[in-house]
Write a protein that binds this ligand. Sequence first.
Ligand SMILES: C[S@@+](CC[C@H](N)C(=O)[O-])C[C@H]1O[C@@H](n2cnc3c(N)ncnc32)[C@H](O)[C@@H]1O
Length: 269
Amino acid sequence: MSMSAIYWQGTGKHVLTHEKFPRASRYAPEWVFKNEMGPNPLWLTERLCGKLKLEAGMRVLDLGCGRGLSSVFLAKEYDVQVWALDLWIRPSENLSQFALARVTDKVFPIHAEAHTLPFAHEFFDCIISIDAYHYFGTDLTYMGYLAPFVKPRGQIGIVVPGLHQPLPTPLPAHLAEKQAHGSTFWTWDMCTFQTATWWHDLWSHYPFFDVREAQAMPDGGDIWLDWEKAKSGARETTFPADVEVLASDENRFLTFVEAIGQRTACLSS
Ligand SMILES: C[S@@+](CC[C@H](N)C(=O)[O-])C[C@H]1O[C@@H](n2cnc3c(N)ncnc32)[C@H](O)[C@@H]1O
């Protein structure tokens, strides 16, 4: 059984640990809770990076980085250079965060929209996107636009909220009902929460891009629930915790989908 804990030590220091995420467990929970914009980005990044080949000095684009938790993690854990790109969060704010984390020599905040990327083709060794790609990458042509920004054999890896299985109609009651904090979990824009098969099919249209993996995290709903529980015990959070809906779901529908692909050498075929 997975174990997440947020607790007060004798010293009065807050600690957030998870046995499945030893690297992420070393980061200060106050920093995580203050800057997260969705289920623990450090956990999702640690899981994804375990499947990518990252080497020191590589150029990585963190697409939709939010407040850049994943960008800091990439720089600190893998010694890569990170272009931390986001639309909603101002780069000056992120630069201050990166200065506090002492990574300004390796993490560069960029303000841009995912369809107008201000980079040269073949600039990056890798592109990652944590809990963001479903906002801009669900149409058939987007990967065709994005893939040229990585070098031949460059990797693209995403983690998005998704589904173990297609949702029935009508929607399961636990997703549609109001939670005690007053909000309903499921809103219409969650139509972008899709199965691994859906993502695999979406990414299978490009002759210059191989889908290496598209899978629903088998323990995704459990991890997500661990996060919501930890969040409910934290003092400062941006959004209320969704413990009820994740607990009722019992890892039946809600999970995270990880998709990883690699550019092939030739763009023209
Ligand atoms: C749920 S937040 C996740 C942020 C961060 N990755 C995290 O996990 O904390 C989604 C992010 O996607 C970014 N985003 C949404 N649409 C975008 C677009 N069209 N271009 C670039 N970024 C976009 C937003 O700015 C936002 O920060």
